[in-house]
Design a binder for this molecule. Structure first.
Ligand code: ZN
Length: 167
């Protein structure tokens, strides 16, 4: 499958509310495959469809942990957040060169559909929970730089002006 071009900060598609997927088509399955290939080519641990310019609620995730197989999830929704918060460093394929510490729930429960149309419930913690929260944010037009303090965001955006790819 072709590796797709990852949209970068500044592209309006990253700020859209992505639409629900109502039908699982062959086209959608091909799209998911391409998203996996793109995620691996870019050495990411997750990718949301808006990042490749498709404003639909589809994510692919691979935390590279022994007990978690890579998976695609349609219309994912966080149905529960654990009370404990944790700070951890995040980056984003749409904002290459920038990283910062983001506070998120240590644990969350996510519901969605598999590519076979079956309901899937994921009880996640640690890195997987962080990836899921980050990717589902993308479906709502939210980026990790929105989840740091205004001052830090200002610094990140200033850095972005220097490091953003020009092509
Ligand atoms: Zn991201």
């Amino acid at each position: 499958m072709p590796v797709l071009k990852v949209r970068l900060l500044g592209d309006p598609v990253l700020r859209e509310q992505a639409s629900n997927i109502t039908e699982i088509t062959d086209e959608l399955r091909v799209l998911a495959e391409s998203m996996f290939d793109t995620m691996y080519a870019e050495e990411g641990v997750g990718l949301a469809a808006p990042q490749i310019g498709i404003s639909q609620r589809l994510i692919v995730v691979d935390p590279h942990e022994d007990d978690v197989r890579p998976f695609a999830l349609l219309n994912p929704e966080i149905v529960e957040f654990g009370p404990q918060r944790e700070r951890g460093e995040e980056g984003c394929l749409s904002i290459p060169g920038l990283k910062d510490v983001v506070e998120r729930s240590y644990r969350c429960v996510v519901e969605g559909l598999t590519l076979e149309g079956e309901k899937r419930v994921i009880e996640a913690e640690g890195l997987l929970a962080r990836i899921l929260q980050h990717e589902i944010d993308h479906l709502n037009g939210v980026l990790f730089i929105d989840r740091v303090s205004p001052l830090k965001r200002k610094l990140l955006l200033a850095k972005w002006q220097k490091v953003k790819p020009t092509a």
